[in-house]
Design a protein around this ligand. Sequence first.
Ligand code: ZN
Length: 259
Amino acid sequence: MPEGDVVWRAARQLHAALAGRVLVRSDFRVPRFATTDLSGRSVTEAISRGKHLLTRVEGDITVHTHLRMEGSWRISRPSAYPPRDHRIRLVLANADWQAVGIQLGIVEVIRTSQESRAIGHLGPDLLGPEWDQEEAVRRLQAAPDRAIGEALLDQRNLAGIGNLYKAETLFLRGVSPWRPVGDVPELPELVGLAKRLLDANKDRVGQVITGDSARGMQTWVYGRAGRPCRRCGTIIRRSDQGNVLDERVTFWCPHCQLS
Ligand SMILES: [Zn+2]
């Protein structure tokens, strides 16, 4: 599940491969934009906003994409023939590089001047240049009865957290995913911790929360249902929570996260 750190890194890689170069091929393999052709235009930049990717092209054009569940970008040297894979949704290529978007959840072409229609609902971006912790906390506190595990996933409150960072942040703060936001102690510290965890992982492949990058050792609770808590030995639990379709499952230690 790509979370904010993965999307941030994808944006950086897209920017390095595409920005400042003229597209020689664009291949939208989604019905709505099947005839869109951006060749001959220069890419100005690629940025992330929460879990959204914005690839800006000269002429007030933005290619808005989202990785959703399984999406990824592959960047390679351009091939002589169009890449063949039924999972490909978009190919953007210049003379030097080819960026192939696979299993993207969103692919759309919008006006750069109207990007807010696509991303205006997002809360402060944990990895963005204008991160505003006070605003994120204010938005979370606006619904004090909501379970914190659900509220952290709601990208309108703050943007970039998915299941892994939600579960790990709550474990490290000793807070149950079902605790109402209004009862969570030191909410600013909790939000600050989530940002630090994302920050610490954004430059590397793989998400390491425990400090141990060995396989199977990276997380405290995420993906560890049925195994003993690394701190107390209690069996880690897993359950559905909330109604975010892609991200319903949560993990927690019932001893370390009592309430
Ligand atoms: Zn525990």
